[in-house]
Design a protein around this ligand. Structure first.
Ligand SMILES: NC(=O)C1=CN([C@@H]2O[C@H](COP(=O)(O)OP(=O)(O)OC[C@H]3O[C@@H](n4cnc5c(N)ncnc54)[C@H](O)[C@@H]3O)[C@@H](O)[C@H]2O)C=CC1
Ligand SMILES: O=C(CO)COP(=O)(O)O
Ligand SMILES: [Zn+2]
Length: 359
């Protein structure tokens, strides 16, 4: 390095720096997948693509994406049945001959594409088939492991193509779950602020403001979120994107994942597949909002208006398992300090679950 450069680099002691990664193109709207060729032409990621989808989502949109691209690109496909290390390894192998990846599906498929993209250093495009989670643009991936879910570093997608027609035709339960994922931002923020006050954890006011505003706008528009409506898909996808941007600004999932998410991850381990990700986090958020002394009834009524569950009974989950998940939450990602890490007892956990059924 030349002395001129060293002089330019001198500073007054301020040494903070943050690299924020965001997608380059975000396209949301009616028949958006038809514009995939334009998006790819804009990015120029190469000529061969691996389309990653799930068993169901391949039928829903994976095949259509393949059809749209097959005349101009060398297309291969990979079906990710579940998200585990074996699948990730197989997907990584399948990606070796591809220049770029497209993840077409729900949260697990997109996280699979995100992790493989990061490991292989290849760009990926996110094509969500459901508005069920706010990971559609985030640079983090959630990986279930034996020891519980871990949030792993990944690349955000280079582009997001969210087709509101496809998304509106997904089961409403998925969209309601995505709304619950966003509504749970209210308590994620309270937990982050708590960790800041109690533990000196660094917070980002910008990330907090965006995450909170996103939840507020969604709750304000709750009456428009109806099954089968493309406008509803439009509203919810925008909220999911906005929530994802808050995570990108924070450089972690903190503004969108607190104790209610630790509870959700614990519940998923205890009774896999009984609740969708956002459903579990929504119920968790009612309980942690109560512990924060906030308006937990407002969280509950917002979830109910959107059609998301507010009690374990609606998901056929025994109350006892929810109590266990509340107590186990502290073992999930212990470095993430939340209201559930403050010595919750079994009695208070039992009370929290009873409270969910209160009129
Ligand atoms: N990376 C991040 O920042 C985030 C990651 N996540 C992760 O995402 C996952 C949750 O995502 P979900 O989408 O709820 O779960 P998921 O990916 O398991 O999908 C749920 C179900 O919906 C089906 N599905 C998707 N689109 C459909 C459609 N159009 N029609 C019919 N069925 C359709 C799928 O086949 C699957 O059976 C969790 O693993 C969670 O931890 C969630 C939020 C943020
Ligand atoms: O789900 C998330 C935000 O909604 C983020 O996931 P983690 O809880 O795995 O960090
Ligand atoms: Zn979430």
């Amino acid at each position: 390095m030349s002395t001129d450069t060293v002089q330019v680099l001198q500073s007054d002691g301020f040494n903070k720096s943050r690299w924020t990664q965001l997608p380059r193109d975000v396209l949301i709207g009616h028949q958006a997948i038809l514009q995939l060729p334009d998006i790819i032409a804009d990015i120029r990621p190469g000529r061969s693509v691996l389309i990653i989808s799930g068993g169901t989502t391949r039928e829903v949109a994976g095949n259509a994406v393949e059809d749209i691209l097959k005349d101009s690109y060398d297309v291969k496909r990979f079906v990710a049945g579940k998200l585990d290390t074996t699948t990730l390894e197989a997907c990584s192998q399948a990606s070796l001959s591809a220049d770029f990846l497209i993840g077409v599906g729900g949260g697990r498929v997109i996280d699979c594409a995100k992790i493989v993209s990061y490991k292989q250093g290849k760009p990926f495009i996110s094509v969500p088939t459901a508005a069920s989670h706010d990971g559609i643009i985030s640079g983090r991936a959630t990986l279930p492991t034996e020891a519980g879910s871990v949030s792993v570093g990944a690349h955000p997608p280079i582009a997001v193509v969210a087709d509101t027609g496809i998304i509106s035709q997904a089961p409403h339960r998925l969209m309601a779950s995505g709304c619950a994922d966003v509504i749970s931002n209210y308590t994620a923020i309270l937990d982050w602020e708590l960790a800041h006050r109690l533990r000196g954890e660094q917070i980002s006011e910008y990330a907090i403001a965006l995450s909170k505003m996103t939840a507020e706008i969604l709750v304000k528009d709750a009456n428009l979120i109806k099954p089968g409506q493309e406008e509803a898909a439009w509203i919810v996808v925008k909220a999911l994107v906005s929530s994802g941007v808050s995570m990108a600004i924070a450089g972690s999932s903190r503004p969108a994942s607190g104790g209610e998410h630790k509870f959700g991850h614990a519940l998923e381990r205890l009774i896999p597949g009984a609740a969708l990700h956002g459903e579990a986090c929504g119920i968790g958020s009612i309980m942690t909002m109560y512990l924060h002394g906030g308006d937990w009834r407002e969280i509950r009524s917002s979830l109910a208006r959107i059609g998301a569950p507010t009690t374990p009974k609606e998901l056929n989950i025994p109350d006892e398992i929810v109590i266990e998940a509340l107590l186990k939450a502290r073992d999930i990602r212990p470095e993430r300090y939340t209201i559930l890490d403050m010595g919750l007892t079994r009695e208070s956990a039992e009370h929290l679950v009873q409270m969910l059924y209160e009129a």
